[in-house]
Design a binder for this molecule. Sequence first.
Ligand code: RET
Length: 250
Amino acid sequence: TPIYQTASATGNRTLWVVFVIMLISSLAFYIMAFRVPVQKRLFHILTAFITTFATISYYAMAVGDGVGKNKITIKHTQKHFPDTYDVIYREVYWARYVDWSVTTPLLLLDLCFLAGVNGASILVAIVADIIMILTGLFAAFTVDESPKWGWYAMACIAYLVIIYQLAINGRQTAMQKDNKTATFFAAIGGFTLVLWTVYPIIWGIADGSRNINVDSEIIAYAVLDILAKPVFGFWLLFTHDAMSNSASID
Ligand code: RET
């Protein structure tokens, strides 16, 4: 008998709550953007776009459009007994991958511009990021177990490339800037590194091995998304506004 894994009212309510938080944050970021001169708006615009895309994708998930079904067969081998199979149908929110494929590159641009990373390294980080999200999407929709983890491994390698560009390259260039920028980049970059690393862990126990239910998955990503987008954004923009008043970054 197949196993069905679907969201309940709790999961759906969580999606709506995050939709509202993303919407309000976006409005706040656009207002903050208009309050600074256009030459200082780059971070504001990037950050506002990030939550705008998240607003759209959470709406898609909450109304039930951004979600599909994936069937996976898990084989259990036992000595002296015939193989048994678990067939699991699970809801997969593909709208997340649409969101991430746009917003994670924009988040990387925020960090790269803050650190002053060169164009080639920015491009490498962004292409690696797109590969990470697309291979993650393929992983989420494979039907057999082994290719799933093959896609997952590819995504993890791409993630390591991003970390290299930001944590090694980015930190080096940030340290050549003024003290305040260097310290701030270390703080917000460290925050990002920890947060982003939790995503593949959640994915592994949710979409990957299907050990947690869809509601828990929705709640886990909700917390991460709020920290990675609105909290990250307010922190970046308030610090940026405070620092540019004392003329340190542009
Ligand atoms: C996947 C699965 C495959 C392996 C890896 C992943 C990484 C995802 C990341 C997502 C970050 C999302 C953010 C969203 C903002 O709100 C695709 C889950 C490595 C790092 C920051």
